[in-house]
Write a protein of this length. Structure first.
Length: 220
């Protein structure tokens, strides 16, 4: 792309101003459909056959070859952006459990599009975020109300989670309300389990004991 072309594109206020020479001086039956082709191109629809069928449905009377030639010009001046990688299940799960203000604009747009296509997931996201607010704001007294709202919704996966909470609801409410927790103890347990896996089949219990004690004192 030449410098003059870049300058012309940067100064253009309408799509038509981006094209000069033979692409504007000769009227064709495709002229009334060029703006639509531009819009679809920006939307990353670049398949000639598909675009030809779309403009034909809108009344285009010409042949497919004219559309192909015009799209070839678009392809040279506006190379299509690489296809966006579809988000994984882990990506979507992370977006759902993350505060909305910590999502990038692109992540927020992708999540919005996904939730719009799946009403059940949209309702699940609402309940997940409500539960996150209970944890962050230590509103354990509201957990009963949250459980009732989940049970009233047709979301089997969350019903299983709610059933688990109900088995020790008092402890759940306390955990969502009190600042103290067993997190430090669980952290030490995980460290010991990791050391056991590292030492398995390598040494006797005496060395494992020494490593556990040194780790508890902040030494490796």
């Amino acid at each position: 792309m030449t410098l003059n072309t870049i300058l012309r594109f940067s100064r253009a206020t309408t799509p038509e101003e981006m094209f000069t020479g033979q692409w504007q001086s000769h009227a064709t039956r495709l002229d009334d459909y060029k703006l639509y082709l531009h819009e679809r191109w920006v939307e990353r629809c670049t398949v000639s056959r598909r675009l030809f069928e779309e403009v034909r449905e809108r009344g285009y009377p010409g042949g497919e070859n004219v559309v192909k030639v015009y799209l070839a010009k678009l392809r040279g001046d506006f190379p299509p952006a690489p296809p966006r990688k579809a988000p994984s299940v882990r990506d979507v799960t992370s977006w759902l459990t993350r505060p909305p203000d910590r999502l990038t604009d692109d992540q927020a747009q992708q999540l919005k599009a996904i939730l719009a296509r799946c009403p059940a997931l949209d309702r699940t996201a609402h309940h997940v975020r409500a539960f996150a607010e209970l944890m962050n704001d230590r509103q354990g007294k509201q957990v009963d109300r949250w459980i009732t709202q989940v049970q009233a919704d047709d979301l089997p996966s969350l019903h299983t989670f709610v059933t688990g909470l109900g088995q020790d609801l008092d402890a759940v409410a306390a955990g969502l309300s009190l600042r103290c927790s067993s997190g430090a103890v669980e952290g030490q347990n995980n460290k010991i389990k990791m050391l056991k896996r590292q030492m398995f089949g390598r040494a006797d219990f005496g060395l494992l004991r020494k490593r556990v004690l040194l780790t508890a004192r902040g030494r490796s």
